[in-house]
Write a protein that binds this ligand. Structure first.
Ligand SMILES: [Zn+2]
Length: 597
């Protein structure tokens, strides 16, 4: 069935607010609800009962603003050009910015309640519903400074983030890359948005020109990019020091209560499995019939022209069949995504590009994507519905206060769905070319998510340790280290062009704070969980559903452990890379069968 003639699903946003006027009515509540919450300022330490009311009031405010925000953001993303939607979002954002100072008292004031008094409060039953929530804030107590020091730091808050702002402005606004002539002679403007598509272009010359042109611009501003990064990393290091953490890594991981060893052992585990990655690079090289691969030979599909076309209905059925190992209840809830119209799939003028799952406690967990019928779109559908089902289970199981899962586990459910889809499609096909295509797909996913993100994580650690030892980050230093890491990770089949040394300059995540390793641990966990689910053992399935239901009611490592993955050991990562190794062997076998090598 052709996708062109098919009616694709569109969101039911009336389920949030029947009309835009209803949104307006609810919007009017923000100010009084904020004032109600602000009235507790200076009173948190009065009694457990008062603290309970303040927490409830804060939750009421969050819940209200989240729902208003989701409606504003989804109506806007559906068609970004509509003035009324832009105005709605603008209005909400400016009110929230105006009211933010009124809410800012809560955490600092809570932290100033004397420890003994707080311990007594926490024993009072009326605070049981939010004990974990409060304890999580209070665990920061040893890292909080005196009131005067906090005030002084607070007055610098807008200055402190300037290095990241500088990066964003230079990278997103000022930097111009010019034009590229692609393999078909078309002149294409090179932008951050078009870069990825150009790097997927089957024409090698186009990819090479794109890569060189892009890095030419970065080379010109390399010292400014290095200064910005130096500023960001220095900020993390200083923050760790003044707040009594042993180092920046420990400070960054503390929020998730993840020990440093998890981070360091991820890097070690990936190093021990680099030979499997070298094998994959060797295979790519053979299929592409090259003497050496270059860095611009990574994103082009290994087997072009191999993808089939799927109607949306077929895609939905594939996803439903693929997640059967999760059991009947999961299947029943998944049906709601289609029946209640959680998904917006058609291509539309002004629709936000890409794909996401987004919602809150009082809305459906909506999915945005542009469905064109490729196999990648089917994977995207499985992925985003994985997020949505995670949100749905957490929402129906947890009270509002613990319903929102943390970033650390955010990609686990979505990736598990993708892996189950991959395995399902494999089991359905005996065509070696299609099977090779699938194996290459999963190998590329693991390459991008585990190997590449761990390389980023290692680079991030190098930058922080360098600054902590008192050495400033210069462009030369960063180039040298980045190039070495590329050589190490990609191995003998790849001869990286010199320009790749500048890639660090364009990665926004390096201005986050030890963030990317979560992609690698998340996918490793997903591979293990998918295997558990496929075993068909009911207790393993229940453990998986327990993870979906957990929200943020426990520490992330405990949630994963209860689900069947112990991320405090390197085992899940090594097992994931063994899976990768097997996938590469299977890929080789299928490639031989279809005569590609
Ligand atoms: Zn995702």
């Amino acid at each position: 069935m052709s996708v062109v003639n098919e009616k694709l699903p569109v969101w039911d946003l009336e389920a949030i607010y029947k009309t835009p006027e209803d949104w307006e009515k609810e919007f009017e509540k923000i100010r009084p609800v904020t004032e109600k919450f602000a009235a507790f300022k200076g009173k948190l330490g009065e009694s457990a009962e008062t603290l309970k009311k303040a927490v409830e009031s804060s939750l009421e405010l969050n819940r209200l603003t989240e729902k208003l925000y989701i409606y504003a953001h989804l109506t806007l993303d559906q068609a970004t050009g509509v003035d009324s939607s832009r105005a709605r979002m603008g209005k909400l954002q400016s009110l929230l910015a105006e009211l933010a100072p009124q809410e800012a008292y809560f955490v600092p004031e809570l932290l100033r309640i004397p420890e003994e008094k707080m311990d007594e409060f926490l024993k009072v039953p009326c605070l049981a519903f939010c004990r974990r929530f409060l304890e999580e804030i209070l665990s920061e107590r040893t890292h909080v400074l005196s009131e005067a020091e906090e005030k002084l730091l607070g007055s610098y808050s807008q200055v402190i983030g300037l290095s990241s702002t500088l990066f964003d402005t230079l990278n997103d606004t000022d930097l111009e890359f010019g034009y590229i002539r692609d393999g078909e002679g078309q002149r294409v403007k090179l932008t951050h948005g078009s870069y990825r598509a150009l790097m997927e272009n089957p024409d090698r010359g186009t990819r090479e020109r794109t890569c060189k042109k892009l890095y030419k611009a970065y080379r010109q501003f390399r010292n400014t990019f290095a200064s910005a990064l130096d500023g960001t990393v220095r900020r993390h290091a200083v923050k760790a020091k003044v707040r009594n953490y042993p180092n920046a890594l420990c400070a960054a991981l503390n929020g998730d209560r993840v020990p440093e060893s998890v981070y360091r052992s991820l890097i070690e585990a990936v190093h021990s499995k680099l030979p499997a990655f070298y094998n994959y690079m060797e295979l790519r090289k053979q299929v592409m019939k090259l003497d050496k691969l270059d860095m611009y030979d990574m994103l082009n599909p290994l087997l072009p022209g191999c993808s089939q076309n799927y109607s949306f209905e077929e895609a939905a059925q594939l996803v439903k069949d693929a997640v059967k190992p999760m059991g009947e209840e999961y299947g029943k809830y998944l049906e709601l995504a289609f029946k209640e119209r959680w998904i917006d799939a058609p291509e539309r003028q002004g629709k936000r590009s890409g794909a996401f799952s987004s919602g809150c406690y009082d809305t459906f967990p909506y999915v945005l994507m542009t469905y064109k019928g490729t196999l990648n779109d089917v994977f995207t559908l499985a992925h985003e519905l994985g997020h949505s089902m995670h949100s749905y289970y957490s929402k129906i199981t947890q009270p509002y206060i613990y319903s929102d899962y943390k970033i650390f586990v955010a990609e686990v459910a979505s990736t598990t769905n993708e892996i189950l889809l991959f395995e399902h499609l494999l089991s359905q096909s005996s065509d070696p070319r299609f099977r090779a295509y699938l194996y290459a797909h999963i190998a590329d996913e693991i390459r991008g998510t585990i190997y590449r993100q761990t390389m980023f994580a290692e680079f991030e650690l190098f930058m922080h340790e360098t600054v902590e030892q008192g050495t400033p980050l210069t462009a030369d230093l960063l180039n040298k280290k980045y190039y070495e890491l590329n050589k190490l990770y990609y191995g003998p089949a790849v001869d990286p062009l010199k320009d790749i040394e500048l890639e660090w300059a364009r990665i926004p995540h390096f201005h986050y704070n030890f963030y990317v390793y979560k992609y690698a641990t998340g996918m490793s966990a997903a591979l293990k969980l998918a295997r558990n689910l496929r075993s068909g053992k009911p207790e393993l399935r229940e453990a998986y559903l327990g993870f979906l239901k957990a929200g943020c009611s426990k520490d992330v490592l405990d949630i994963m452990k209860d689900a069947g993955v112990d991320l405090s050991t390197p085992e899940p990562v090594t097992a994931a890379l063994d899976y990768f190794s097997e996938a590469v062997e299977c890929l080789e076998k299928e490639l031989r069968l279809c005569g590609e090598i």
